[in-house]
Ligand binder design. Sequence first.
Ligand SMILES: C[S@@+](CC[C@H](N)C(=O)[O-])C[C@H]1O[C@@H](n2cnc3c(N)ncnc32)[C@H](O)[C@@H]1O
Length: 193
Amino acid sequence: MSEKDRLKWNRKYEEQSELLKSRAPCRLVEEFYSYAVGSTALDLASGAGRNTIFLAQKGFCVDAVDISWVALEALKGRVESKCVNIIEADLDDFTPPYGRYDLVVMTNFLDRSLMKRVADSLKPEALFIVETYMEHENNEKPDSNPNYLLKEGELKDFFGSSFEILEYREFWNDSDELYRMRKQGVVVRKRQS
Ligand SMILES: C[S@@+](CC[C@H](N)C(=O)[O-])C[C@H]1O[C@@H](n2cnc3c(N)ncnc32)[C@H](O)[C@@H]1O
């Protein structure tokens, strides 16, 4: 499966080079990054690094993880901070270091099985921001795999009592994306244990 993903994403980035262009960070990252109390960050499925670059500019040391070397090469060419660590890895079997991060972001990507590993990688009081696509009858993308779409309200109920929800919302994606799609986002803070 992972090799298939790697080929699929490398090909997609090679064929659609517009996906590698500089872009603004995701909405919830831009709005809530400053709630993090320290400066270590992890960008999961970073792609060409829209969130990584933004966070590095804001003073974070960022680990950017993605399966596609094509996307990571584009990120490498754009990074100015020495505090960005680029990691080519398959998130299916990637375990982030325990208790390391003040902020973890995962945007436009969904792997439910990764959530527990992410929870362990957060310091107490750290933030986890998730923003990605959800099911909706008016979604325009014809071939969306339902496994990669959130259910109505899913992120609101996903996190247990070890987390405080700072923000939950459902909204339409940015108008510069190819298809109009409904999104869901959550910002949670890990409680002191
Ligand atoms: C839609 S892009 C999102 C990129 C970026 N997070 C954003 O918000 O623009 C999805 C990313 O997930 C990466 N990806 C897909 N499957 C992966 C896996 N198993 N492990 C690591 N990265 C993966 C792809 O290479 C791609 O860069």
